[in-house]
Design a protein around this ligand. Sequence first.
Ligand SMILES: Cc1ncc(COP(=O)(O)O)c(C=O)c1O
Length: 440
Amino acid sequence: MTANQSLKPITTKINEKGHLEIGGCDLVELADKYGTPLYVYDEATIRTIAKEYKEAFSAYKNINMLFAAKAFMTKAIAKIMDSEGFGFDLVSGGEIYTVHSAGISLAKSLFNGNNKSYEELEMAVELGVGKISVDNFLELALLNNAAKARNKTVEILLRVTPGIECHTHEYIQTGHLDSKFGFDLTQVNDAVELILDEYKNLKLVGVHAHIGSQIFETQIYYDEVEVLLKEISIIQEKFNIKLEHINLGGGLGIKYTEADCPPSVNEIAEKIISSVHENAKKYGIEEPHIYIEPGRSIVGTSGISLYTVGSSKQVPKGKKYVAVDGGMADNPRPSLYQAVYTADVANKPEDEHSEKVTIAGRFCESGDILIKDIELPPLEEGDILCIYNTGAYGYSMSSNYNRVLKPAAVLVNNSQSDIIIDRENYEHLVSLDRIPDRLK
Ligand SMILES: Cc1ncc(COP(=O)(O)O)c(C=O)c1O
C-alpha cells in the first residue's frame, strides 16, 4: 500500500483525550488555536508519498519528478517538494513566482498551460524555467519571440492529445481527442516543421501528454507511453532529429471514500517502465527521459479541512441539513464536479455514526453542499468536523465568494503546527478595491 491508497493522512489517530490527531497535533486544539475553516497538511504524508514515487521509479535511470503546483501551492510546499528532489509543473506566472520567491531554482521545472500570456512566457524565459510545454501554434510564435528578444534558446516539449479516454469525471479528462489542451496528433507534423524551419530560438526535445486526473486504471499509462513513443519514432524518422523526453503528466487517483480503490504508485510505475522498455524496442528508438507530474496524489490525502458546526435544519419527512462555517468557496470540488468526501467529528471520533445528515456550506447557493447523506455521530453546534482528502484542488481553487475570507492553512509534523498560509482578514479583502473619484 502507498500513501495515496490511505483514506486519511498516515499519522491520523485518536489521542488520549479521545480527539482526532494528525501529525501529533490534536485537531480540536488546532481549530481552537487557528480558527475554522482550517486546512491542515500532514508533512509526513507528503514526504512519504514523494519518497514512494522516487522508490517506485528508481528502477528506471532517467526519471524526473515534477510536482503539479495547481493541486496546492505555497512557498512552504515548494520547499518541501524541492527538498524531496522534485521540480515543478507550473501553469501560471503566479505559480512560477511562488517557486522563484521561495528561493528555488526553476531549472528543473516545466511551464505548462493552454493559453499562456506573452508576459508569462517572457517571465519563464527570464527566470530560467527549464522546459516549456508548448500547447498550440500561437504559443510557438510567442515563445520564439520572447526567447529571441533575450537571445536565448528554449527547450520545449509539444503538448499533444493522445486520444486516450480515461474513466473519470469529464471535467478532469484531458487526453481524449475533443480536448482544449494540446496539439491534435494530426497537427504535430506542421508544428515540428515550423519549429525546425522558422522558430530558431526553440529547441524541440520531446512530447508531453496528460490524460486526466483521479485515474484508477493502470493500463491507460501503458497506452499513453506507447502513443508518445510511436509519435517520437514518426517525428524522428521524418525530420531526422532526436527527441529524448516524454512527459506523461499526472493523474494517479486517491481514496476519497472506502469505495475508492486507487492503484499504488508501484503499480503505475511498473506499467510505465514496462511500456517504455517494450515500446522503445517496438518502435526502434532509444529509451527516453521520463517526466511525471503528480499533484493530487502528493497533497490530496495529506490535507484535511476542519469546520465548526453551526445551524441545522430537519426538513419534514426529508433530509437533515447541518451547516458548517465554510463550503463551496474554500472547497468548490463538490459543487463543481460532484466530488464525494468522508468525514469524522474531531471532538468525538469514536461516537457511533448513527445519524444520516447532509453537510451544507454557508454560501448563498443551494448547490453549496459539502457532503450528501453521510452517517456521522449526531452533530451539535460547536462540534469540529474533519473532512478528509481535501488537500488537492481545495484551497487552490478557493475564492472569496460572498466576500467570505479565505481560510488559513497549517502544516503539522512531530506535534508541531506552523501556519503556511495566513487566514485572510477584512483589510486583505478590500485592499485591492478602489473607489473612483466621481463616487467619493
Ligand atoms: C498537465 C497536467 N499535469 C499534471 C496534472 C496533475 O494531475 P493530478 O493532480 O491528477 O496528478 C494536471 C492536472 O490537471 C495537468 O493538467
